[in-house]
Each structure stands twice: as C-alpha cells, then as structure tokens.
Design a protein around this ligand. Structure first.
Ligand code: ACO
Length: 339
C-alpha cells in the first residue's frame, strides 16, 4: 500500500447508534431446523443467539433507526450531513440503498452511496469517510454498517447458518481543524485470489434472448463458506495487520483501552487477544447475542460499549474488520463523543 500522505483536517468520532431486529433465535430454536446443538455452537463460536429481520421490519428501517440515534447523540440535524456511506453486502436495491436512507432521514444536503466490502465494509467506509473530511471537501459524514445476511444464508447448511444474524450500526464523523484526530492510522488489504473461501456468487443461469444470443438471469446463490480456511485466514491475517498498524503508529498493545474486532467467532477474538497479550476484559464481544452481522458488527459493538459507559471520551481502540473478498483492515481509533 502507498505511504499515507500528510494529514490536513483531523477526524472526530461524534456519535453512534444501532438497531437490531426484534426476533432473537436461540441455538436451541435453530436446532429445530438443522442438526446442531447449543453446546456445539457455543463451544465452537461463542454464539448463543442471532436476530433475524421479520416481515414488519427491514434493513432500511434498521439503518435509519441506528442513524437517528447517532445523529441524536452528536446533537446534529440530518440536514447538516454532507455524505452518507452505507456499508452493506445485502442491499434492498442493487442500484444502491444509501439514497433511500438519505431520503428517510431527510438528509437533503447529503450525497449517499453504498460501499461493499463484506465484513470489512464498515472499517473501509470509516477510512473512506475520513478522506473526504481530511481534504476539507466535507464536514460531516454518516457511516452505517448494515446487513441482512439471513436473506442469503442457506438455512439448511449447519456449517454456516449458525454463524450469521442481521443488524445495523451507525457512526457520525466530523472534520476538525484544531489538531485533534480520532483516526490515528489505518491499513487496508484485499486478496481476491483467495475469495473463493467465502462467497455469495451469482446464479449461473442463462436463457435465450433472441436467435444466437442469451442473457444471464439475475439472482444470487446462497452463502458458500469453507469455514476452516476462513478461520485460518482470520487468525493469520488479523494479528499481522494489527501488528503493522501498531508499528506504523508507534503504539504498544498496553496503550490500547479496547480491542474492537469484527465479531465473527469468539475463538478468533481470543486468538488475537492472546497474540498481543491483551487481557480479556479489554476485548469487546457481543457475539453471544447477535452472531456475525457482517458490516454491522463493529458499529453495533461500539454503540453498546459507548452507551453502557465502557468506552469513554479519550479511549483508544484498535479495530479490525475481515471477511469475504477476501478483504481485511485495521484502524487505530479514539472515541471523542459529542462536543
Ligand atoms: N452443529 C453440529 N455439528 C456441526 C455444525 C453444527 N452447526 N457445523 C459443522 N458440524 C460438524 C461437521 O459436519 C463436522 O462433522 P464431521 O467431522 O462428522 O464431518 C464437524 O462438526 C467439524 O466440522 P468443522 O467444519 O471442521 O468445524 P470447525 O471446528 O472448523 O468449526 C466453524 C466450524 C465454527 C465454522 C469454524 O470453522 C469457524 O468459525 N470458521 C470461521 C468462519 C467465519 O467466521 N466465517 C465468517 C467470517 S467472515 C465474515 O464475517 C463474512
């Protein structure tokens, strides 16, 4: 990756929010559908339950609710936003769902677009948002991580269906000219050559269009995952990228208040914490309640820990997102909170 250019404006994290579907499905309930058990799932993943969007709910509504909470915490109006980034791999509309969110919020001065990087999407979006803020092109940005993987899970595949859930989380960021900066450093990586270990590919179905020409029928298959390969990828690459981040920013693990990782599997969280000798008490985890909500896991966890008082103004967090693509990244963040 190219050397990061000198900063101009700093970036402050001002508010967060989250929303999840009302229906929680326990491991025992899931065992009505596939041959599994609470003890198998808990011992291999740390997951006890997941939320699934019901008929009266939607990804759009969860995203809007999380966004309103983040705006309220910051004390901002929706009209004051310049940009909305919606990190999602499961949009309501393939042309983009962010403009619908923009309309629902009444953010009539904001441009809005989707950003897809699977479970790294939120982290990639925060870094993207920061670039608009640093250049002075924009002052206030809303970043939402939201996914409804339940649409694309094969609910008869016990090797993958037990892992995933739905949810949305939001963060609002502001440009700052007085030398403060809540994004102390970042590293982003992609490796499409290994993408086959976790994918949600198109259906390979074609039909005749006219004589001598056919067209593909739109639509996707279900999530296909090689769990062991994904696990190996995560426990190798996440510590490596965090080490690069810490070296680049001159940070010792003891200087971190929190480790805020993508919530994929408790064993992955534990392995990363062990590698840096970070005590369990500093490792944020809400996997037990929500499972892996893809782009939503990091902002959902952030919001929970800010609202219950664990994360306080001035705290430093090392965050890492990783997943399909393959894509992965890490960022050293500081929580400023409302002005
Ligand atoms: N319940 C009961 N048994 C199961 C289940 C289940 N839900 N799933 C698999 N098994 C069985 C398998 O059939 C297999 O049985 P067999 O030996 O008789 O064939 C046995 O358990 C072991 O299967 P493994 O796949 O080897 O299990 P493993 O210990 O690797 O755990 C797991 C599987 C939990 C999926 C693990 O590989 C993992 O966590 N990988 C990472 C997956 C992940 O995090 N993906 C998403 C990350 S990226 C993103 O967020 C999109």
């Amino acid at each position: 990756m190219a050397e990061q250019l000198p900063r101009t404006a700093g970036v402050l994290l001002r508010g967060c929010g989250s929303a999840t579907p009302s229906r929680s499905i326990s491991n025992d309930e899931l065992s009505q559908r596939v041959e599994t058990s609470d003890s198998w799932i808990q011992s291999r993943t740390g997951i006890a339950a997941r939320r699934v969007v019901g008929p009266d709910e939607s990804l759009a509504a969860l995203s809007a609710e999380a966004s309103r909470q983040a705006l309220a915490m910051a004390g901002w109006s929706a009209e004051s936003l310049d940009l909305i980034l919606l990190a999602t791999s499961t949009p309501d509309d393939l042309f983009g769902s962010a403009p619908r969110l923009q309309a629902a919020l009444g953010a009539n001065q904001a441009a809005a677009f989707d950003l897809t990087a699977a479970c790294s999407g939120f982290l990639f979006s925060v870094v993207t948002a920061a670039q608009y803020l640093r250049t002075g092109a924009m002052r206030r940005v809303l970043v939402v991580g939201a996914d409804q993987l339940s649409r694309w899970v094969d609910w008869d595949d016990r090797r993958s269906c037990v892992l995933f859930g739905d949810g949305a989380g939001a963060l609002v960021l502001e440009a700052c000219d007085d030398g403060r900066d809540d994004l102390e450093g970042f590293v982003l990586r992609s490796d499409g050559s290994r993408g086959g270990v976790l994918q949600l590919p198109q259906r390979e179905e074609h039909q005749a269009l006219i004589d001598g020409a056919s067209h593909q029928i739109g639509g996707f298959q279900t999530i296909q995952m090689n769990g062991q390969e994904v696990y190996k990828f995560a426990v190798r690459e996440v510590p490596a990228i965090l080490q690069t981040l810490l070296s680049k920013t001159g940070t010792e693990p003891e200087q971190l208040d929190w480790l805020l990782l993508h919530q994929a599997n408790q064993r992955i969280l534990d392995a990363v914490a062990d590698r840096f000798k970070i005590p369990q008490a500093k490792v944020l985890s809400n996997l037990a309640s929500y499972g892996n909500t893809s782009a939503a896991t990091i902002p959902l966890m952030l919001d929970e820990a800010v609202r219950d008082g664990r994360i306080q103004a001035g705290h430093r967090l090392a965050s890492s997102g990783f997943g399909a693509g393959l894509s992965w990244g890490a960022a050293l963040l500081r929580w400023s909170g409302p002005a």
